[in-house]
Design a protein around this ligand. Structure first.
Ligand code: RB5
Length: 152
């Protein structure tokens, strides 16, 4: 089954409003967002939601993920614990471009308390449409994969 349009999405209570708007944007752009919560403002722990998305990306069930919290920091720390995940926190257009071209980012993290709505829209669309450059970056990503295989 072709899952290339799927994007796993989650947030904590600090980013519910922005998540709803970005899910709408994803639908408008023809993606299939898989909204894994949260759905209300009750206080939750961001690791639980980062785990939901990172697991789907790590297993290949979803090729990409989007994680939102107050700063984006907590979500990125947790997501990068999962094998094969390259989660990147973007605050601006340039970082969104580079995170794809150089890092082949597969999870985008945005901080809802530090990023304006229009900037977040631009970051997401840029991240979705910018291809990985490959070439000299392959060996760097290979080194990241090698670290994941290193015994503790
Ligand atoms: C929740 O208050 C806040 O800590 C969380 O949204 C996030 O910013 C963590 O990195």
């Amino acid at each position: 089954m072709d899952n290339s349009n799927k994007i796993a999405v989650a947030c904590d209570h600090g980013a519910l409003e922005l998540k709803s708007k970005l899910v709408q944007l994803l639908e408008k752009l023809g993606y299939e967002p898989l909204d894994l919560g949260v759905h209300n403002y009750d206080s939750v722990d961001y690791p639980d939601y980062a785990e939901k998305v990172a697991q789907l990306v790590s297993s290949g069930e979803a090729p990409r993920g989007l994680l939102l919290c107050g700063t984006g920091v907590g979500m990125s720390i947790v997501a990068n614990k999962f094998k094969g995940v390259r989660a990147t926190l973007a605050h601006d257009h340039y970082t969104a471009v580079m995170s794809r071209q150089h890092n082949n980012s597969n999870i985008l993290c945005i901080g809802a308390r530090v990023t304006g709505e229009e900037v977040a829209f631009d970051i997401l669309q840029t991240w979705l449409t910018t291809p990985y450059e490959g070439g000299r970056h392959d060996k760097r990503l290979d080194k990241i994969s090698a670290l994941e295989k290193k015994p503790e």
